[in-house]
Design a protein around this ligand. Structure first.
Ligand SMILES: [Fe+2]
Ligand SMILES: [Fe+2]
Length: 352
């Protein structure tokens, strides 16, 4: 997909109106809500689910408990989650990352909490399915992008071009999706490569390298392998995220915001064919302040006492978006939000 392509086919709202489909959410829908299954996927499309910051044990357990069913219900082909708060709200450990990957996550992105847990530093350099923001200094452990294999039913690609014969090479890592009956269906699937780039904003955040300047050379490299490119822009300021979406419009499939833990209702597909939302939200407890204890958060803000926060437990939800991408071009076809209430099973309710 080039920046010029699609300029004459402006897409209004959240779906290319020339492509019939369902599941587009009315932005006035009260939260939480479960999306009606957005089926069928458009012809030649790949559906990617991106879940917002997984916060502490309630967020992890919600993902692990619900993801297989969610994938099946929404016909999801590939899953990305932001895991920067998985370890009690602060960072992620190798063990917790492995658990998310085993649950069917294909790529874990992070952000300003990437290095909170020292035990993850080496893991960031050895496990290709976890990313830290690309615009950290090059010497910082880990990588800022990855290209992953995703098995897609050949029937889904009818009419798509340029995907047959794609092979996993170099740093390509097999996505650990729990594809139902994968072995049996192996001869009916083909490989599609999904690239994920993790960026971090600089407004009201650490003064990292410029994310705008760092992303373009990486895009040149990725395009040799795939047109399907997802960007997690982990940033505080909506203006910076919106600016990034315009900067990358027509260059990537989706620019999806994370970090604030609050889902925004501005999902759209831009003129050049890039899906965008300022923030996909959080997976964790919503009876909280951004996933953490209300009482302790209030002490910090009302009394200005530097108490250590711990995670909250009530009103657990999964927040995220699904995005349909035309495999042959990388253009986004549709985007929809989800805010899914989750009743954790009895042995999955402890905080931490
Ligand atoms: Fe963050
Ligand atoms: Fe976060």
């Amino acid at each position: 997909m080039t920046k010029d392509e699609g300029q004459d086919s402006r897409i209004q709202g959240v779906q290319d109106s020339s492509r019939a489909g369902s599941g587009i959410l009315d932005s006035s829908t009260p939260r939480p809500f479960s999306p009606s299954a957005p089926n069928p996927k458009p012809e030649g499309a790949l559906r990617v689910l991106f879940l917002g910051d997984v916060c502490a044990e309630p967020g992890r357990k919600a993902v692990e408990q619900e993801l297989a069913g969610l994938r099946q219900r929404l016909s999801v082909d590939f899953v990305i989650v932001n895991g920067e708060n998985a370890a009690a709200g602060y960072g992620i450990t190798p063990k917790l990352a492995d658990e998310l990957l085993r649950a069917g996550v294909g790529c874990i992105t992070t952000g300003d909490h990437a290095y909170d847990r020292k035990e993850v530093w080496e893991y960031l350099g050895t496990e290709p399915r976890i990313l830290r923001p690309l615009n950290f200094p090059p010497q910082a452990p880990g990588r800022g992008y990855g290209v992953y294999d995703c098995r897609l039913a050949i029937g889904d690609l009818a009419g798509a071009e340029g995907t047959e014969g794609a092979s996993g090479q170099g740093k390509v890592q097999k996505a650990e999706g729990k594809m139902a009956d994968a072995e049996q269906a192996a001869d009916q699937t083909t490989n599609v490569k999904v690239a994920v780039i993790n960026l971090q904003g600089r407004v009201f955040m650490k003064p990292l390298d410029c994310p705008f300047r760092r992303v373009l050379p990486v895009l040149d490299e990725i395009r040799r392998e795939t047109q399907v490119v997802f960007v997690d822009i982990h940033a505080e300021a909506t203006a910076e995220k919106i600016a990034m979406s315009w900067y990358l419009d027509g260059r990537v499939s989706a620019v999806l915001g994370s970090h604030t833990h609050v889902q925004t209702a501005d999902e759209t597909i831009l003129a050049g064919g890039t899906a965008f939302i300022c923030d996909v939200g959080m997976c964790g407890s919503f009876d909280s302040v951004l996933g953490m204890s209300k009482d302790l958060s209030l002490r910090r803000m009302v009394e200005m006492v530097p108490v250590r926060l711990h995670s909250a437990t009530g009103d657990v939800r999964l927040n995220g978006v699904w995005v349909d991408v035309e495999v042959s071009t990388g253009r986004a076809l549709a985007i929809g939000r989800l805010s899914e209430p989750v009743a954790l099973s009895a042995n999955q309710t402890a905080a931490g």
